[in-house]
Design a protein around this ligand. Structure first.
Ligand code: RFL
Ligand code: PHB
Length: 401
C-alpha cells in the first residue's frame, strides 16, 4: 500500500469536486481529487445548462471564468407556454436586475479540468474500490485501488463531492443521517442537436401531452426535453419520434420555427427530490448531488452544488488561515437553509408544469388557473423570477420585517 498526505481529500471530479479543488489551490490549500471514472467519461455526461450569478461568481473566484464570459449567453427572461399561448417572464425586471447564463455543465467541467491540468494538480481518475475511513476522528483517510495497487491518502478533511451514488453519504452512520425523498412518476427524455434553438430564450411548456422544455447550449446547439413515462426506454425513441412529439407540445410558431436534425445525444433522466441532513459527519462534508437532488425543472442542481462549494471553501479557508472552526461548524446548517428553498421551488415548478399519471382533468384545470394567475400578477412574476435567478446567498438571514 502506498501512502500519501494532503490537507483535503476530495472524492469526485464532477463540477463540485473540481471547483472546490481549484478554489483551495488558489488559497494555497493542498487537495487531491479521486474519481472512479475517467475524465472523458465525466465530460461525456450531458447535464445542466443554466448558471445562476452565484455559479458565475464562483467560476470567476476560481479563476476559470474567461471562456464562460466570452461564450456564455446572458438571458433576461424565460417563456412559459400553456394553452397554446406564450407568456414571457422578465427575469431581469422582476428580480431586481438579475439574469442567468446559458453555459453547459460540460463546459464548466472542461474549463476547471484545463486549469487543474495547467497548474499540475493531481486528479486520480479510474480509481477502484474508493473508501472513506475514520472521518469521526482527527485523522481521516481515503483508500482506493489503481492498476492493481492499493493506495491510501491521509488528510485533515474529506470533501464528499461524489454525487448521488457516491461512497461518502453511504458511509455516514445510519443513526446520524436522515434522508428525505420524493421520486416523480416520469422522466425527462433529453436530446441535443447542432441546430439553432427554436427561440432566443428558454421555453417551459405545460401541454396536455406533458411537459416539454426548449433549451440551448449556444446559438447553434439546442437541448430539448420531453416528459416521458418511466417505462419508456431511450432506444424506443427515434429522433423522428422525438421531433414529432416535441412539435405536438409546442405552439404554432414553435412548430414553424423548429429546426430539426440528427441527435448528438439522447438520454432519459429520472426526476427526484432528495435531501440529506446533516451535510457534515465529523471531518467529512457532503457537497452537491452527494447531499441533495432536485428535479431539473428549476435548473437548480448545478447551482446548488456551486453554493455548497462556496460555503465549504470559505469554511476550510477560515480553518486554515484564521484557525477558526466556526465556518465548518456552521456549514451544514448554512447549506441546508438554501437547499430547502431551492428544493421547494423545484418541486413546485415541477408539479405546476407536468402531467402526473394519477391526476385527473381537475388538476390540469388547477395548473391552468395557477399559471393564468402567475402571469397576471406582479407578485406571481416576481415569485418565478427571484427563485429562477436564485435566492441570495444570505437569504436565510433576511426578512422583510
Ligand atoms: P456529479 O456531477 O454527479 O459528480 C460526482 C462525481 O463523483 C464521482 N463518483 C465517485 N468518485 C469516487 N468514488 C466514488 N465512489 C464515486 N462515486 C461517484 C462520479 O464519477 C462523478 O464524476 O455531482 P456534483 O459534482 O455534485 O455536480 C452536481 C451536478 O452534476 C448536478 O446537480 C446536475 O447536473 C443535476 N442535473 C441537472 N441540473 C440542472 O441544473 N439542469 C439539468 O438539466 C440537469 N440535468 C442533472 C441532469 C443530473 C443528472 N444525473 C445526476 C443523473 C441530468 C442528469 C442525468
Ligand atoms: C438544460 O439546458 O439542460 C436545462 C435548462 C433548464 C432546465 C433544465 C435543463 O430547467
Amino acid at each position: 500500500m502506498s501512502t500519501t498526505r494532503t490537507q483535503v481529500a476530495i472524492m469526485g471530479a464532477g463540477p463540485s469536486g473540481l471547483l472546490l479543488g481549484q478554489l483551495l489551490h488558489k488559497a494555497g490549500i493542498d487537495a487531491v481529487i479521486v474519481d472512479r471514472v475517467s475524465g472523458d467519461y465525466v465530460l461525456g455526461r450531458i447535464r445542466a445548462g443554466i448558471l445562476e450569478q452565484v455559479c458565475i461568481d464562483l467560476m470567476d473566484e476560481a479563476g476559470v471564468g474567461e471562456r464562460m464570459h466570452q461564450e456564455g449567453l446572458i438571458h433576461h427572461g424565460i417563456e412559459m407556454l400553456f394553452d397554446g399561448q406564450r407568456h414571457r417572464v422578465d427575469l431581469h425586471k422582476w428580480s431586481g436586475g438579475q439574469q442567468v447564463m446559458v453555459y453547459g455543465q460540460t463546459e464548466v467541467t472542461r474549463d476547471v479540468m484545463a486549469a487543474r491540468a495547467a497548474a499540475g494538480l493531481t486528479t486520480i481518475y479510474e480509481a477502484k474500490n474508493t473508501a472513506v475511513h475514520d472521518f469521526d476522528t482527527a485523522r481521516p483517510y481515503v483508500t482506493y485501488e489503481k492498476d492493481g495497487v492499493k493506495h491510501r491518502i491521509d488528510c485533515d478533511f474529506i470533501a464528499g463531492c461524489d454525487g448521488f451514488h457516491g461512497v461518502c453519504r453511504a458511509s455516514a452512520p445510519r443513526s446520524a443521517i436522515k434522508e428525505y425523498e420524493k421520486v416523480y412518476p416520469f422522466g425527462w427524455l433529453g436530446l441535443m442537436s447542432d441546430t439553432p434553438p427554436v427561440n432566443d430564450e428558454l421555453i417551459y411548456v405545460n401541454s396536455p401531452r406533458g411537459f416539454a422544455l426548449c433549451s440551448q447550449r449556444s446559438r447553434t446547439r439546442s437541448r430539448y426535453y420531453l416528459q416521458v413515462p418511466l417505462t419508456h426506454h431511450v432506444e424506443d425513441w427515434s429522433d423522428d419520434a422525438f421531433w414529432q412529439e416535441l412539435k405536438l407540445r409546442l405552439d404554432e410558431k414553435g412548430r414553424a420555427d423548429l429546426v430539426t436534425g440528427p441527435s448528438l445525444e439522447k438520454s432519459i433522466a429520472p426526476l427526484r427530490s432528495f435531501v440529506t441532513e446533516p451535510m457534515r459527519f465529523g471531518r467529512m462534508f457532503l457537497a452537491g448531488d452527494a447531499a441533495h437532488i432536485v428535479p431539473p425543472t428549476g435548473a437548480k442542481g448545478l447551482n446548488l452544488a456551486a453554493t455548497d462549494v462556496k460555503y465549504l471553501f470559505d469554511a476550510l479557508r477560515e480553518y486554515y488561515q484564521d484557525k477558526s472552526e466556526a465556518g465548518i461548524d456552521g456549514y451544514s446548517q448554512k447549506c441546508l437553509g438554501r437547499v430547502w428553498r431551492a428544493e421547494r421551488f423545484s418541486w413546485w415548478f415541477t408539479q405546476l408544469m407536468h402531467r402526473f399519471p394519477d391526476d385527473g382533468e381537475i388538476v390540469a384545470k388547477f395548473q391552468h388557473a395557477e399559471l393564468e394567475y402567475l402571469m397576471y400578477s406582479e407578485a406571481g412574476q416576481r415569485t418565478i423570477a427571484e427563485n429562477y435567478v436564485g435566492l441570495p446567498l444570505d437569504f436565510a438571514s433576511q426578512r422583510l420585517m
